[in-house]
Design a protein around this ligand. Structure first.
Ligand SMILES: Nc1ncnc2c1ncn2[C@@H]1O[C@H](COP(=O)(O)OP(=O)(O)O)[C@@H](O)[C@H]1O
Ligand SMILES: [Mg+2]
Length: 282
């Protein structure tokens, strides 16, 4: 069986800081895994390495059996392999001035020619797929609005719709709810779990706070100082055990309500057209 994601001996250093150190991680198709850890523990670096947005110093990453990077280099097939991964970020990554539909159609760009995509010549089937994806995430009423007119939660749901149009088999999300109010955060997490349950989409989701990880995931991987310090069932990750793992910084992961106050205001990504966004995401 090939794993949805298979990480072997991945290491990435910035100067003397080992952001990710000799990590091994295997995620089976259909699994739902939360990645937790205090700020600076290496979550974003591991996510960027997993999706080939960043090359490692050493080690290998495979997605559904195919290497996306190996020995510090992206493989020849990296772009194609990356299209199987739906990426979700904290800051939604939509093009603000463009319609929600156009943003979601970017997910189809891997299949249409870049030229056609640039000029917005999507076929009827793509447009139908975009509408259906917007229905699935519950924001079809906003299809024609500019992305910037949507609330944060709706924008994040549009980003999820984009991964559906992309037909991603694994969604890798870096703190997807960190900029959202608790109600929108739950909605986004409900939606991701539903896609996992009903469509078998594999999930790897980094979360700053452990309460959401416990509520939505069976398996939790906890990082500290670039290493995995726990990989197991959510039920084992009690407050006492977290304190054992993280010492004083466990508070950052446990205290309720803290992450809302801690978030910086939303800074939009500056992108001129969907092809440009697709390049950034692909
Ligand atoms: N581009 C970068 N340049 C230098 N140091 C970085 C860079 N990205 C991350 N780091 C460092 O790597 C470590 C892990 O960071 P990161 O992966 O962002 O952690 P997390 O997402 O868990 O907060 C931190 O010490 C951070 O300062
Ligand atoms: Mg991070």
């Amino acid at each position: 069986m090939s794993y949805a994601l298979s990480i072997d001996g991945i290491t990435k250093a910035y100067g003397t800081v080992r952001a990710v150190s000799e990590i091994n991680l295997r995620i089976a198709p259909g699994e739902r895994v939360a990645l937790i850890g205090a700020s600076g523990s290496g979550k974003s670096t591991l996510i960027r390495l997993s999706s080939g947005l960043l090359t490692a110093d050493s080690g290998e990453v495979k997605v559904f059996g195919d290497a996306i990077q190996s020995g510090g280099k992206l493989t020849r097939d990296a772009r194609r392999i990356r299209r199987r991964i739906g990426l979700i970020f904290q800051k939604f990554n939509l093009v603000n001035r463009l319609s929600v539909t156009t943003n979601v159609l970017v997910g189809a760009l891997g299949r249409v020619s870049p030229l056609r995509g640039t000029f917005g010549f999507y076929c009827r089937a793509d447009r139908d797929a975009a509408y259906s994806a917007l229905e699935q995430v519950g924001i079809e009423k906003h299809a024609h609005k500019r992305a910037e007119a949507l609330s944060g939660g709706q924008q994040q749901r549009a980003a999820i719709a984009r991964t559906l149009v992309q037909r991603a088999r694994i969604v890798i999300a870096d703190e997807p709810i960190a900029s959202l109010d608790p109600k929108s955060a739950r909605r986004v997490m409900d939606l991701l779990s539903e896609l996992n349950r009903t469509q078998g989409i594999t999930l790897l989701v980094s979360l700053h706070q452990v309460d959401y990880a416990r509520a939505y995931f069976d398996r939790i991987v906890a990082m500290r100082g670039g290493e995995i310090v726990f990989d197991g069932p959510a039920a084992k990750l009690t407050p006492d055990f977290l304190t054992e793992l993280y010492g004083a910084s466990a508070e950052e992961l446990i205290l309720p309500g803290q992450f809302e106050a801690a978030q910086a205001p939303h800074t939009p990504m500056r992108m001129e057209n969907p092809a440009e966004l697709a390049r950034a995401l692909n």
